[in-house]
Write a protein that binds this ligand. Structure first.
Ligand code: FES
Length: 161
């Protein structure tokens, strides 16, 4: 005896509600976009820091405040499209140097643990008080920029000292 099931007797799988499916699709799409933006934004901020132009400030560029860069801290900022490392040193006050390493041109940064300006490419280290080479392959010190402070605003001159 043939016991074939009739189509109306077949077990039916429930198709998801199209509204719910669409909602989940939107949610997944939003998650992907949020993840991409969340990852890309800090990378873009590192690669292309905000440009501070000196053209409308008489050759001086405001780069932050003493609250934003307290003693023992430093930051790489862009001054007229050039990377400059600004350091608030305990011994020498606020200093600014070209962040372009004198070895092969990598971008140096402030190392808060060692309290030195560090070039990550070949571990070149610079003194934050005078820009001199402490160790590593850089042949010359980092060129210094002129710094002034008015109130709590730090200004860096667009020409090197
Ligand atoms: S490029 Fe900076 S140490 Fe080599």
């Amino acid at each position: 005896m043939n016991q074939q099931r009739q189509p109306d007797e077949m077990p039916q799988t429930q198709a998801p509600d199209p509204g719910r499916r669409q909602f989940i699709t939107y949610l997944l799409g939003f998650s992907v976009v949020a993840t991409v933006v969340g990852v890309a934004t800090p990378i873009a901020g590192y690669l292309w820091p905000p440009i501070r132009s000196s053209s409308d400030t008489g050759g001086r560029v405001p780069v932050g405040t003493t609250t934003e860069i307290p003693v023992g801290h430093g930051e790489v900022v862009a001054v007229d499209d050039k990377p400059v490392v600004v350091v608030n040193t305990e011994q020498g006050g606020i200093k600014a140097y070209s962040a372009i390493c004198t070895h092969l041109g990598c971008i140096s940064k402030w190392d808060p643990q060692r309290q030195v300006i560090l070039c990550p490419c070949h571990d070149g280290r610079f003194n934050p008080v005078n820009g001199a080479v402490i160790s590593g392959p850089p042949p010359t010190p980092l060129p210094a920029y002129q710094v002034s402070v008015e109130g709590d605003t730090i200004f860096v001159s667009d020409s090197q000292a």
